[in-house]
Design a protein around this ligand. Structure first.
Ligand code: FCB
Length: 441
């Protein structure tokens, strides 16, 4: 057993997103978002649920901040719902929406918890979708205006600003597989959306900085390490190609100022419109980059991958492979000139239940987190500059197309009664934070 100490000031936190927890979908002047529309459309969510109420965090945020206190969180990563403060995406401001986030942020500050704010965690105003959504370049300008408004209002208390959460999921799940809102299945739209999200990110960073020069601006990318299924050269080549086709699609424009060559083959005839100056805009220096890591992609040249014998899988069907996290961090650190890194999401869904003793024993989640903390600490010893770690998620919540069927929380939600119950992993995480160390093998 080894004890891994973390640096002083390491920013331990937990993460959520507005649509997944807030509920109050049409209260106090909030406008409709594409996730409201999508979840209200029959057949889109596996358990027919919606985020109309979710964890009712809109009304229970104070109770939730008490839970964060019990965890000893140093930071809380959350997103704001664009439609709460600008119901139609642009134009008329809804003061009650600003009030809600003022109260939330003030209470976090009073609890000594650093707010780590995401501007866009997938819930585009439906009014903007009606004009073409992210396929329409005007949406990028609306995003920049929304960013400026938010930073002017909250920037005195919020230091960390994230433009986008996981642009690849927005582009691909929302517009190619159609499993997410707005549910398009069209490669032509997909790649235009992917590029426009990057443009919006660039405009957003400019808007954030001109609204308040003291805050930090960054973006959150989800990265899956691509590992070859065997050490055969063809599998290794295919794993490298898979990494180039997906992960570099966003890393390269942001950190190298050009799209990867592999993207041109991938996109083919669905080439988006790219204007002069776009890549300079996209590749502005960032103050930090957030990385979300859940699992790896196992790749073989034949395309057939069975489950890995001896590996554990989560309820999402994702393989538990913590060493891949260290390798991924070292790889991006070698291949890009990166700003400081925050792990902005990492966690696992398991079928946990309340035991006869009234407690939630979730040894598999606890072990998952322990392994990933250790591998991240090892990557830091390898020279990767990781400054903080946000566990996904603070509490069980609405897991997009899976509705309430996947539980990622450190805290269990009973959706009938809205009762919150600490899981063992939550108590264990509180100890990790308190001692600023993790012990394991
Ligand atoms: C990430 C999302 C987050 C949550 C986790 C499980 O892709 O950013 O909202 O759904 O996956």
């Amino acid at each position: 057993m080894t004890t891994y100490k973390f640096p002083h000031n390491f920013l331990w936190g937990a993460a959520t997103a507005a649509y997944q927890i807030e509920g109050a979908w049409n209260e106090d002047g909030k406008g409709e978002s594409i996730w409201d529309r999508f979840s209200h459309t029959p057949g889109k969510i596996s358990d027919q649920s919606t985020g109309d109420i979710a964890c009712d965090h809109y009304h229970r945020y104070e109770e939730d901040i008490d839970l964060m206190r019990r965890l000893g969180l140093k930071a809380y990563r959350f997103s704001i719902a664009w439609t709460r403060i600008l119901p139609a995406g642009r134009g008329r401001i809804n003061p009650k929406g600003l009030d809600f986030y003022d109260r939330l942020i003030d209470s976090l500050c009073a609890a000594n918890i650093e707010p780590f704010l995401t501007l866009y965690h997938w819930d585009l105003p439906q009014a903007l979708q009606d004009e073409g959504g992210w396929e329409n370049r005007n949406t990028c300008h609306a995003f920049a205006d929304y960013s400026a408004l938010a930073v002017k209002h909250f920037g005195d208390r919020v230091k960390y600003w994230t433009t986008f959460n996981e642009p690849s999921v927005v582009a691909f799940d929302g517009n190619l597989s159609g499993e997410h809102a707005p549910g398009n299945q069209d490669p032509r739209i997909t790649y235009q959306v992917a590029h426009n999200l990057m443009v919006a990110h660039g405009l957003g960073v400019q808007a954030i900085r001109s609204a308040n020069s003291k805050v930090e601006a960054g973006i959150v990318l989800n990265l899956w390490m691509a590992d070859p299924a065997t050490d055969k050269p063809e599998d290794i080549a295919e794993a490298n190609a898979a990494w180039d086709r997906s992960e570099t699609l966003f890393l390269d424009p942001i950190f190298k100022g050009h799209y990867p060559l592999a993207a041109y083959d991938l996109v083919g005839e669905n080439m988006p419109k790219i204007y002069d100056g776009d890549l300079a805009l996209i590749s502005q220096e960032l103050d930090y980059v957030g990385i979300n890591f859940y699992s790896r992609n196992l790749v073989s040249a034949s395309g057939n991958i069975d489950k890995v014998h001896g590996s554990e899988y989560t309820e999402m069907g994702w393989e538990v492979c913590a060493p891949a996290m260290r390798r991924m961090l070292v790889k991006i650190n070698n291949e890009y000139r990166l700003p400081p890194i925050y792990i902005t999401e990492n966690g696992s869904a398991f079928k946990d239940e309340v035991g006869a003793d009234g407690k939630v024993h979730d040894p598999r989640r606890l072990d998952y987190l322990k392994q990933h903390f250790i591998q991240t600490r090892l990557a830091m010893q390898d020279g990767v500059d990781v400054r903080g770690y946000m566990v996904w998620s603070l509490m069980d919540n609405f897991e997009w197309g899976h509705g309430f069927t996947k539980r990622f929380g450190l805290i269990r939600m009973d959706y009938e009664t809205q009762k919150r119950t600490f899981k063992d992993s939550g108590d264990w995480y509180a100890e990790v934070i308190r001692k600023n160390e993790v012990s394991g093998t």
